[in-house]
Design a protein around this ligand. Structure first.
Ligand SMILES: NC(=O)C1=CN([C@@H]2O[C@H](COP(=O)(O)OP(=O)(O)OC[C@H]3O[C@@H](n4cnc5c(N)ncnc54)[C@H](OP(=O)(O)O)[C@@H]3O)[C@@H](O)[C@H]2O)C=CC1
Ligand SMILES: Cc1cn([C@H]2C[C@H](O)[C@@H](COP(=O)(O)OP(=O)(O)O[C@H]3O[C@@H](C)C(=O)[C@@H](O)[C@H]3O)O2)c(=O)[nH]c1=O
Length: 283
């Protein structure tokens, strides 16, 4: 009896696989999310104890021109997976994003706050949340932010590449949130899946984010300091870094509910960053 994970090659799923403990990961070759019913059939065939969906369309800017495809992968597919789990009576853990929020103000978002996604990716992820809730089964939606790891593509790896090439970078300083190590997200998802098996009444929407809050510019400075790169970071406003997708200025998530219900506390991202740099160096 396993915990079935979708998205084998992604940052969070790779960390889930490294945790072991009966985790079995499916890649795109086994489960293509643009075919939601095929994903539901995989769940029925495997009959796992719980399912974690770590697969998603995560190209934020590209989603602006591929919103229909992002909507199927991030919306319809998790909905079909959650319905299959509901029919089997097993928990479904869906990872979602800070980008479901409009991004105004400075107060950390509560799980119950009204959503207002500012971009196509955020709308597709919100559609996934709504579909999972509508499936009516045992579920957790875990909203997180700024995922970083030694795997795949992420802001740490972009900064290490650019910081080695340039003396000076301009980075937005008015988008405030926090990085969240994929390793911590993986551990949180697994803990939630196990607790939901025994305590389905814990179903609901939760937030999980590293601490403390920081801007992208501040995070870039921390990356260069820890990596020993002498690249100057100049803060710029979002208006000076135009992108196809609008990013929220306020990406702070209030994580108290997750701690109260599941006993999972926020990780200090400085420690996670040190682990990532070590993992990259050890390779
Ligand atoms: N990255 C981030 O900063 C954030 C991510 N999240 C959420 O966290 C979760 C995990 O993200 P992360 O680990 O960073 O994801 P990655 O971008 O690292 O990986 C995405 C995974 O989804 C798979 N995938 C994409 N499209 C399809 C498809 N059509 N069919 C099957 N598989 C597909 C990819 O497979 P392949 O390699 O074959 O393309 C890959 O395994 C996602 O739900 C994401 O929305 C939330 C907040 C921030
Ligand atoms: C490379 C670069 C980026 N930036 C800015 C652009 C953007 O506002 C910010 C981060 O850029 P990225 O493209 O890495 O991040 P982005 O793709 O927006 O990351 C998001 O991914 C999705 C999947 C999520 O769910 C979010 O939580 C978030 O992690 O840094 C600069 O200001 N200067 C630069 O040189």
């Amino acid at each position: 009896m396993t915990i079935l994970v979708f998205g084998a090659t992604g940052q969070v799923a790779r960390e889930l696989a490294m945790l072991g403990g009966g985790v079995s990961c499916l890649g795109r070759d086994q489960a293509e999310l643009s075919d939601p019913e095929a994903c539901a059939a995989m769940i029925r065939d495997h009959a796992p104890r719980a399912v974690i969906n770590a697969a998603a369309y995560t190209a934020v800017d590209k989603a602006e021109s591929e919103e229909d495809l992002a909507g199927v992968i991030n919306g319809a597919a998790p909905g079909a997976m959650a319905a299959a789990c509901a029919a089997l009576g097993i928990p479904f853990v869906q990872i979602s994003t800070d980008y479901v929020f409009g991004g105004t103000g400075e107060t950390p978002w509560q799980p119950s706050d009204p959503v207002a996604p500012p971009n196509a990716y955020g709308r597709s992820k919100r559609a996934g949340e709504a579909a999972v809730i509508a499936a009516g089964g045992i579920f957790a939606i875990l909203r997180t932010s700024w995922v970083v790891s030694c795997h795949g593509h992420n802001f740490v790896k972009t900064m290490l590449r650019l910081g080695a090439e340039r003396d000076r970078l301009t980075i937005v300083g008015d988008q405030i949130g926090a990085p969240t190590p994929a390793r911590d997200i993986a551990a949180a998802c697994l803990t939630m899946a196990h607790q939901l098996i025994a305590e389905p009444e814990k179903s609901g929407v939760y937030h999980f984010q590293g601490r403390p809050h920081v801007s992208w510019a501040g995070f870039a400075r921390a990356i260069f300091a820890q990596a020993g790169l002498s690249c100057e970071v100049v803060d710029i406003p979002t208006s000076d870094y135009p992108t196809p997708a609008v990013r929220p200025l306020n990406a702070r998530l209030d994580c108290a509910r997750l701690e109260t219900i599941f006993g999972i506390s926020q990780p200090d991202w400085h420690a996670g960053l040190a682990d990532i740099l070590k993992d990259l160096k050890d390779r």
